[in-house]
Ligand binder design. Sequence first.
Ligand code: UD1
Ligand code: CA
Length: 450
Amino acid sequence: MKNLIAIILAAGQGTRMHSNLPKVLHRVAGQPMIDHCLESIDSLKPDKIFVVTGHMAAEVQQHIEARHAALVAAGEAPYSEVQCVEQTERLGTGHAVKQVVPFLKNFQGNVLVTVGDAPLLRTETLDELIRRRKAHSVAATVLTTNLECPRGYGRIVRNRDGTVRKIVEEKDTNVYEEEIKEINTGIYCFDCQKMLEALEKIGTENAQNEYYLTDVVEIFNNMKLEVEPVVASDNTETIGINSRVELAQAESYLRSRIARSIMEQGVTIIDPSNTYIDKQVKIGGDCIIHPFSIMQGKVEIGPNSVIGPHAHIRDSVIGKNGHLRFCSVEEAVLEDRVSVGPYASVRPRSVIKSDARIGTFVEVTRSTIGPRSDVLHACYLGDATLGTDVSVGAGSITVNFDGKDKHNTIIGNNVFLGSNTVLVAPVNIENNTHRTHNAVLKGDVKTDDN
Ligand code: UD1
Ligand code: CA
């Protein structure tokens, strides 16, 4: 516990996204922006996180609650409680923070104010903001950055001693202020009680007739209190997303950050700019990732695996020394030394046991393929359970669906099926059965049926 309360402003409409989805629910590197924000803040272990909602408040709140429940169910319960507070009228960022004031009356500590559309912000940067405020006993710290093109942002006006005198919104700038390249990222750490005092004094005499949170800075100066700037050296970290173009930029920045961290842990990524790895993906040492591979959701890959080119893996666990190329693997478990592809699809609820091979033009769904079994050429296996050392011949298929119900296929150990075997489920093939090509098998198939 850090004596910290965080407020995420997320009431805005996000008009420029031209979307029916609330802006903060748009995804970056596989997860909604708001989740990135909640994650980086939760690592600071705040006493509580408030999210100020407005536009499509119900949807945002529902998402936050569902996310919390899912994390708890996965045994990854977040540290802090998250409470949504609705701002029914959007009267500005100052007005948005004021919605949380009733919950802060007795709080003596740090209030971190951030925005729901800056998904690249790192915990370390937020921590620095809090640390500097405490260390230098200033009323607030403001995260700033320098931009070649500062258009649209509030400009930072400094005092001679380097502290921040005021923040001027672009629409309110004079010709000199307009030239300032140091901008307000919209992220601050405040001394709670001083913030409450200053918030009482903000008005709406400005170009947009809004309650600006940024006015608090000048008010502090008038109260003889100091505001310290913390300059973010990496100006990609603080980008706020207002449009789909910025969404794509953020996606590319975040992907390269993820790729870098994976490479630093001992994984080779041949071409990071053509590899798409979500934030939650874990990849073991000495894996090699070839281009055009996509790893989405919760994916874990054991060491020494070779992935791609063109592997699309979603929510799956892959063992060590795997080899996956030109394939799709979804909600599946692949044990050690499994090979899949080229041109194969392993669909949900499939388990491919150690040393098994899934070859070219093979589709496997809701099936278990036993250890060292081979399904190598142009096959379809649905609702099947294969034992150890099974060989399924080219062109073999399960007939698992009769138009109404799905039926199971069970194949014992050491079974050999010739090419073009049709398995009309329900079918149960005894261990050690060998069958020649073009067989149609149904019911109980015994070894001595031969
Ligand atoms: C704000 C800052 C500006 C800064 C910029 C950084 C103010 C007055 N200006 O400007 O100095 O450079 O962010 O991106 O604060 N929001 C609400 N309720 C409201 C209004 C806004 O919750 O009534 C939320 C928005 O959803 C958004 C955030 O506050 O997440 C910032 O609002 P926005 O309208 O984007 O502010 P800017 O004009 O960009
Ligand atoms: Ca903005």
